[in-house]
Design a protein around this ligand. Structure first.
Ligand SMILES: Cc1cc2nc3c(=O)[nH]c(=O)nc-3n(C[C@H](O)[C@H](O)[C@H](O)COP(=O)(O)OP(=O)(O)OC[C@H]3O[C@@H](n4cnc5c(N)ncnc54)[C@H](O)[C@@H]3O)c2cc1C
Length: 436
């Protein structure tokens, strides 16, 4: 039995000066659903209404499985709606060749295939279901800040191409023309990547899931989950769900739902921000052909445009930048540092996000026994991969075919010295800030 410690960041507790995510400006409303009241029975219970949980519920309903999803707040309230909306079909740390050393050749190739096609999967899903979410399949780039990295990226392009993925290397002068910054000497281009409004995406999926027959509940934090007489019992303040099988898709919240999930991932706090819409002259030089990029610097830089012309970027939380004014100053400094066409950037939106990172930097599915599994695949880079994982988990649950999964389920392993390790991301980002 696990006792819930759910603590959402309410607007009142949000640090002063932070806004809602820019995505609230042009996302269609979520479906109006009730909170959980009374006692209900279902076959599969999904906990968490982010991208992982929502796609699991949607695809289960498509396969006529009796499924309910319970979300603590509103759909997309977690990392999904806080994210930068970049669709990035790439590894964070590994390459198609190095992953085999970690997972073994067959499992490595399987995961590479899933990650490589995750961008196309997302955009196809959006097209099939006609979801309005400002999608732009205009490429994802990882730019190189050194010649040595550019050289490695040439080889990575070869590795992806050899496996049939649409990945290429663009040289320094092309990168300058594509991004409007001269800080990079080349970039890896993933044709099937791009960007979208992540809040609109998950809300749109919620509408589709309901149409397919999934039962969705919002404003229903799960306070306790227990196994009794061969069933899962999930308690909220005003209701109970009884289910044969359960999927934990609560990201950082998974830790409080099942004892085996405690201390399995580390928090990474990030500030996302959006400039005021670029003027026409800036539009001609900054990402003039669209696209989104995330570099490989420790104090990473990322950029994309949304449909309203905001330049959306981010910086990790550190001990060096504190307080409302400093956060806005840092956002402006970063834009000025990268984009000469923005000598005096204005910041329209600045918000906080909490990503949960696995020490493997890989998407994980945990087998908790007793017909319970957990998806723990945020890593600050999970929009595309979690969309595929949701679909694969649904197939596995509907058909019983474990081969449907590109991520081999394993037992969760707690991070050693978790309390101390949880401080590491912010500490490392502080050091990275100082060398930036
Ligand atoms: C600031 C930031 C920027 C990012 N940018 C990108 C990006 O540009 N591209 C990219 O690919 N990835 C990005 N990511 C990562 C991406 O957002 C995540 O990988 C992905 O959204 C994770 O989806 P999820 O469904 O697993 O988790 P979440 O979206 O966090 O969903 C979990 C849900 O569970 C709910 N929940 C928690 N506890 C309970 C409970 N007890 N009962 C009921 N519900 C509960 C939460 O409210 C939440 O809605 C970013 C993340 C952050 C934080």
């Amino acid at each position: 039995m696990a006792v819930m410690q759910y603590q959402p960041i309410s607007p009142r507790r949000r640090p002063k000066g932070l806004t809602n995510a820019v995505w609230t400006a042009n996302a269609a409303p979520a479906p109006q659903v009730d909170s959980l009241v009374g006692v209900h029975d279902v076959d599969v219970l999904v906990i968490g209404g982010g991208i992982a949980g929502m796609t699991t519920a949607l695809h289960l309903a498509e396969r006529n499985v009796d499924v309910a999803l319970v979300e603590a707040g509103q759909f997309g309230d977690g990392a999904t709606g806080q994210s930068g909306g970049i669709i990035a079909p790439d590894y964070i740390r590994h390459t198609p060749e190095t992953i085999g050393e970690v997972l073994g050749e067959a499992a490595g190739e399987r995961l590479t295939d899933m990650i490589g096609r995750s961008g196309a999967h997302v955009f196809d899903l959006i097209r099939q279901n006609e979801i309005e979410c400002d999608m732009r399949q205009d490429g994802f780039y990882t730019p190189a800040h050194t010649e040595a990295l550019a050289q490695q990226q040439r080889d990575m392009a070869r590795q992806w191409q050899a496996r049939g993925h649409r990945v290429s290397f663009v040289d320094g002068s092309q990168t300058r023309a594509l991004f409007g910054t001269d800080r990079y000497c080349g970039a890896l281009r993933f044709e099937d990547g791009g960007g979208l409004n992540p809040l609109a995406f998950v809300r749109g999926l919620a509408h589709v899931a309901i149409r397919r027959g999934a039962k969705l509940y919002a404003n229903s934090p799960v306070r306790q989950l227990e196994r009794k007489q061969g069933q899962w019992l999930c308690y909220t303040a005003s209701g109970t769900l009884r289910a044969r099988r359960v999927v934990l898709a609560a990201n950082g919240g998974n830790a409080a739902l099942h004892p085996a999930m405690r201390r399995t991932s580390l928090p990474l706090n990030v500030f996302q921000f959006a400039s005021m819409p670029l003027d026409p002259a800036q539009r001609q030089v900054i990402l003039p052909r669209g696209g989104a990029f995330t570099d490989k610097m420790p104090y990473l830089f990322t950029a994309r445009l949304d449909g309203l012309g905001h330049l959306v970027s981010a910086f990790p939380m550190s001990y060096a930048v504190n307080g409302e004014k400093a956060l806005y100053r840092e956002a402006k400094r970063r834009l000025k540092q990268y984009f000469p066409a923005m000598p005096d950037p204005q910041i329209d939106y600045l918000w906080h996000g909490l990503a949960w990172v696995n020490t493997s930097f890989l998407p994980e599915i945990y087998d908790l026994g007793d017909d319970a599994i957990a998806i723990q695949a945020c890593n600050g880079r999970g929009l595309a991969t979690n969309t595929v994982i949701g679909s694969e988990v649904a197939t596995m649950l509907a058909t019983g075919d474990a081969d449907a999964l590109s991520v081999r389920p394993r037992a969760p392993v707690p991070v050693r010295f978790h309390a101390g390790a949880s401080l590491l991301p912010r500490l490392l980002m502080s050091m990275a800030y100082l060398t930036n």
